[in-house]
Design a protein around this ligand. Structure first.
Ligand code: MRU
Length: 349
């Protein structure tokens, strides 16, 4: 991993395990500021406000978060401990609805507790600590494999377009969609990356352009509405995006605007690759229509990133944070286990 990027620690546990430490992504690209989250409310807020964001990273933050908060539970008996644990779990799970990794990580942590009703609380805490670290380590290993699998489909010198941020900042390390870019960079592939700015919260401009530029990757920032022209000019040979939830039929929820990029890629005959860990697959969700799409405050469109208002006072605004890309627009879904092609029936094998 590029050492400059590896030095950025998206999410980790403090030395004494009393807090979750995150790199506050709302302060990037201007400032690299780490904040310490020691209560359930602080973890909830950091996830809701996108201080830590990206599907795998919020899963890891929630796992560390519930461990940190479990240490504060005043209970000696299992039933009392479990009751309080569940309150924290439900609260953290309510912070964002679309990425399955959040609730999946919390479910894993709960299984540790329910699987050991006879253990003393101190022992349960030790197991919860180990599980939260395992979730982080598995994510890092998965990202590296996702990168290797995708790189087998790419050629040196290719132009690659990406949307939102599915890089180092969205996971434990490497990224999902950006993992093949980092691996390719290590091996002299010389990719030319186009980063969609990703309105309204500008994850592409603030985060993807930031981390790739810092790593020395050839990255060009474009507004979302410029993807068509760069594709038409023949500058893009592949699109790589991350994912927040993959339904059983291969429909994919990802950052708002992703489906539009997929439609453009189909028009121009460019392969459209979705990259994510198998933990993002939700077989309980039959198709994209069953995925809950987070809706965020209209202020993020009308006010947030400028000192003066960008839209008339009182105007209505609609602000869905994610959209669903239909499986028939996806060339391949790439996980740590391999490359799945349509009809996506064997993704979990
Ligand atoms: O709202 P965000 O910034 O959390 O949205 C992030 C995305 O949509 C990412 O593409 C996705 O979570 C995959 S991150 C590896």
């Amino acid at each position: 991993m590029n050492t400059i990027i590896a030095a950025l620690k998206t999410v980790r546990l403090s030395e004494d395990a009393s807090a979750v430490i995150i790199l506050d992504q709302t302060r990037l690209p201007g400032e690299e500021v780490y904040v310490s989250l020691a209560s359930a409310a602080e973890v909830w807020n950091a996830i809701y406000k996108l201080k830590v964001r990206g599907a795998p990273a919020i899963g890891i933050a929630a796992a560390y978060g519930i461990y940190v908060c479990s240490r504060q539970i005043q209970a000696a008996a299992f039933d009392d401990f479990y009751r309080e644990f569940l309150k924290i779990k439900d609260y953290l799970a309510s912070s964002r609805p679309t990425a399955v990794n959040l609730v999946a990580a919390l479910n894993r942590m709960e299984k540790v507790v329910t699987g050991h009703p006879d253990l003393p609380v101190a022992e349960l805490l030790r197991l919860l600590h180990a599980e939260s670290e395992a979730i982080r380590a598995e994510d890092a290993a998965a990202c590296r494999k996702i990168g290797e699998n995708c790189l087998s489909l790419l050629k040196p010198g290719m132009g690659i377009l990406t949307h939102c941020n599915a890089g180092h900042l969205a996971v434990s390390e490497y990224g999902t969609a950006l993992a093949p870019v980092y691996l390719g960079e290590e091996r002299g592939y010389g990719f030319k990356v186009f980063a969609d700015e990703t309105r309204p919260l500008l994850q592409g401009a603030r985060l993807t352009a930031y981390e790739l530029h810092k790593a020395g990757v050839d990255v060009t920032l474009i507004c979302d509405n410029m993807a068509s022209i760069v594709m038409k000019k023949g500058w893009v040979q592949a699109v790589v995006v991350g994912c927040d939830r993959i339904a059983a039929n291969g429909d994919v929820a990802n950052k708002i605007g992703t489906s539009g990029v997929a439609i453009l890629a189909r028009h121009y005959g460019i392969p459209f690759y979705v990259l994510g860990p198998t933990s993002t697959i939700d077989l309980a969700c039959p198709d994209g229509d069953s995925i809950v799409i987070e809706e965020r405050s209209p202020d993020e469109i009308t006010d947030m990133w400028y000192t003066s208002r960008m839209a008339p006072e009182g105007v209505k605004a609609y602000n869905p944070a994610f959209d669903v890309t239909s499986h028939d627009l996806i060339t391949a879904i790439i996980t740590e286990k391999g490359i799945a092609y349509p009809p996506f029936n064997d993704m979990c094998k």
